[in-house]
Design a protein around this ligand. Sequence first.
Ligand SMILES: NC(=O)c1ccc[n+]([C@@H]2O[C@H](COP(=O)([O-])OP(=O)(O)OC[C@H]3O[C@@H](n4cnc5c(N)ncnc54)[C@H](O)[C@@H]3O)[C@@H](O)[C@H]2O)c1
Length: 262
Amino acid sequence: MSGKLNGKTALVTGACNGIGLADAIEFVKEKADTVIMVSDNNERLLEAKETVKQYGNAEIITYRLDVTSENEWKDFIDEMSKKINKLDVLVNNAGVNKRATFQECTLEDWNHVITVNQTGVFLGMKYCLALLKKSGNASIINMSSITGLTGYFAVAYTASKWAVRGMTKSAAMEFGELGIRVNSIHPGFINTPFNESIQDLIKLSNGMNSLGRAGEAFEIAKAVTFLASDDSSYMTGTEVILDGGLTSGGQFKLLAKQFNNY
Ligand SMILES: NC(=O)c1ccc[n+]([C@@H]2O[C@H](COP(=O)([O-])OP(=O)(O)OC[C@H]3O[C@@H](n4cnc5c(N)ncnc54)[C@H](O)[C@@H]3O)[C@@H](O)[C@H]2O)c1
């Protein structure tokens, strides 16, 4: 039986937990040939590989890579070029947050978030390009956020996610003629380890979205898989929002309810 990703080789960064792990699982379920899982946390990555293997027969390759390091990207691509002859899907998913306002955010905080979330995506697209070109029909999915669409109190995170949204459009323009589509994903609050420390904020925000709940990692992975597959063959340079309706005016519902106007 064929799946949506039949015959494809896919790479996911930050694949050891949360959304990246869900992407890898979904790719295996949709019969990708090879799924390459990378993360800066090797121990967790090896555990994640065992989980992913249970979902199908794809070849799973794991590799410890810090997405902020140009040298590590170079070594990684040299190594991969010996194992695979093309790359069909790149998911730039690795990300960190420092929930600090302008007044609290140090330069060190700023540089850390920008380097992982923004420079990491730049390096990912730059160094995977040669293998993606060999596909002739490739798809890049960059993980932004709803904070790449609106303002948010975490200044460095917000800046990095707007940058991902912008870079996606520049890349889509440049790579289209190389047979590569590039799109960004914009999740709202999703239940992953990323959000363990902000459960109160999430509870409150649930009252502001149309579905009344946070999302699950697999719900993002389904959309990532759609963008990775040929089903989205005419989509490039665009933004896919998965936020349960949070950015579509949910705050007005909460306000109206509080003032008994709803
Ligand atoms: N969870 C949410 O609510 C949410 C909402 C919007 C956007 N996002 C974005 O989705 C992506 C995944 O988030 P998640 O919720 O699964 O988070 P997570 O913390 O569960 O996973 C993040 C992954 O990134 C990896 N990582 C961090 N720094 C790295 C580095 N320097 N090099 C390589 N890997 C590194 C971690 O090891 C981990 O595997 C992130 O880009 C995040 O900004 C998450």
